[in-house]
Design a protein around this ligand. Structure first.
Ligand code: TRP
Length: 451
């Protein structure tokens, strides 16, 4: 009784679909639309895609289910959750690490989110579809991200939108926004895919994307694929744990996990079907790197019938995806202050977002006024990204798997998973994955950072 009133006072998802859409909203973001295509482009196309899918199933799926389970069991933020399952042990540090990682990731994610908003606006004013070469578009992109005031303005705008949604809480804010934004995103992507596939010369791109060339796969590619699976599925910092904590007890955790993983992967695959046919149809290179979306695509749009409209739609899509992920990052930090420090939601949202924004300012300036400030050849943005994505996330994911597999125990976890639904069909497989395969695989990614 006490537990259920505690649940209600923190907020709950209204419907199963709302929960799945919100968790998918967290997963689908810049990782799918901005990062996935350029990583596929740099790592040989089709074969990499297959390895990525394998990593998603062997590592992503089990960890996501573990996070959802801890979240629903405890109805708490990451710190409170580990604390309540194993009180007064070092395991609570996984929770603290998660909150810190959320803080770090949002600080630079907000900057890139700001860029996407800027490109929506610039599509309206036609400035970004007037390029004759991707070099010109790249130059434009470079001068935009070095413009102090513009970057600051759009960064603040992005954070402001996230604040507006998270202030409204779970049902009225996050769930409502994702219920509208996620289906919109799917519709826009499908329209874009048709546009892209009907361009003359598109088939070459389809071939690059779908035809695996296994000679391009090495240990390093596998590690990159695993890291990408982590980031794309929002794992390793208690983000899915926090979303799980707002679940009512009825939800079937195992099938919700499958929905979210399949959805996130489908979106990444769809994005590839939009980008590669277009890039090849325009005679451009898929190996362009991080600027693929921001400088190659505007060139593609410049040369395309209805390019202006397509550009507006595409960057709106990118901004939507970034917003539904940004709110999930903010929610982790906010939930910590609400549960553990007993702050009101309003106080927690306003204070944490202002702090995260301020901490993100040097990341925003890392391509302009601070571009010369480097340590070990990396600017501020790179360092924050590196610490969070390459260290805190894998470490958090591996420790979460070890915690559930060996400390809290798969038995207790399975009890929670089967509490309302009696059929957890892949119970045995999951136990095997979370105890052995997942921690070892993540350990390898982690070690690879040191070689
Ligand atoms: N998954 C999101 C993306 O693909 C980013 C994200 C949101 C994230 N929450 C996270 C990444 C938690 C790691 C951890 O863009």
């Amino acid at each position: 009784m006490e537990k259920s009133s505690h649940k209600h006072s923190r907020g709950l998802w209204n419907t199963r679909l709302g929960f799945v859409l919100a968790a998918s909203g967290s997963a689908v973001g810049l990782g799918n639309i901005w990062k996935f295509p350029y990583i596929v482009g740099q790592n040989g196309g089709g074969a990499f895609v297959l390895v990525y899918i394998l990593c998603t199933i062997a590592v992503g799926l089990p960890i996501m289910l573990a996070e959802f389970t801890i979240g629903r069991k405890t109805s708490l933020n990451p710190v409170g959750a580990f604390q309540s399952l194993k009180p007064d042990t070092h395991w609570v540090k996984i929770g603290y690490m998660g909150v810190v990682a959320g803080f770090f990731i949002l600080s630079f994610y907000g900057v890139v989110g700001g860029w996407t908003l800027a490109y929506v606006v610039k599509s309206f004013t036609h400035t970004i579809i007037s390029f004759s070469s991707s070099k010109e578009a790249g130059h434009f992109f470079g001068s935009f991200i070095s413009n102090t005031w513009e970057v600051l303005f759009y960064h603040a705008l992005f954070m402001g939108i996230c604040v507006g949604i998270v202030l409204r809480g779970i049902q009225g804010g996050i769930e409502k926004a994702c219920k509208v934004l996620m289906p919109t995103l799917v519709i826009i992507l499908i329209i874009l895919m048709f546009r892209s596939l009907t361009l003359p010369g598109a088939m070459e791109g389809v071939e690059f994307y779908l035809k695996p060339d296994f000679s391009k796969i090495g240990p390093k590619t596998i590690l990159i694929a695993l890291g990408q699976a982590f980031f794309s599925l929002s794992l390793g910092m208690g983000c899915m744990l926090t979303y799980g904590s707002y679940l009512s007890e009825r939800e079937n955790l195992a099938s919700a996990t499958v929905y979210v993983v399949v959805f996130d992967t489908m979106i990444a695959l769809l994005v590839g079907m939009v980008i590669f046919p277009a890039v090849f149809a325009m005679g451009l290179q898929p190996t362009e790197g991080p600027s693929l979306v921001f400088s190659v695509l505007p060139t593609v749009f410049s040369d395309m019938p209805f390019g202006n409209l397509v550009s507006i739609i595409f960057f709106a899509l990118l901004a939507i995806a970034a917003i539904t992920s940004g709110i999930s990052l903010l929610e982790v930090v906010v939930a910590y202050f609400i549960d553990q420090r007993k702050w009101s939601r309003k106080k927690a949202v306003l204070i944490t977002s202002a702090t995260i924004f301020t901490f993100g300012i040097p990341s925003g300036f890392s391509f302009g006024v601070l571009s010369e400030v480097k340590l070990f050849d990396m600017n501020f943005f790179d360092h924050v990204d590196n610490i969070a994505s390459n260290y805190l996330l894998p470490l958090g994911g591996m420790l979460t798997a070890i915690f559930v597999g060996w400390v809290w125990g798969t038995k207790s976890a399975e009890e929670e998973i089967e509490k309302y639904e009696k059929k957890f069909h892949w119970r045995y497989t999951w136990g095997l994955l979370i105890r052995y395969i997942t921690p070892v695989a993540v350990f390898l990614v982690f070690c690879a950072k040191f070689f």
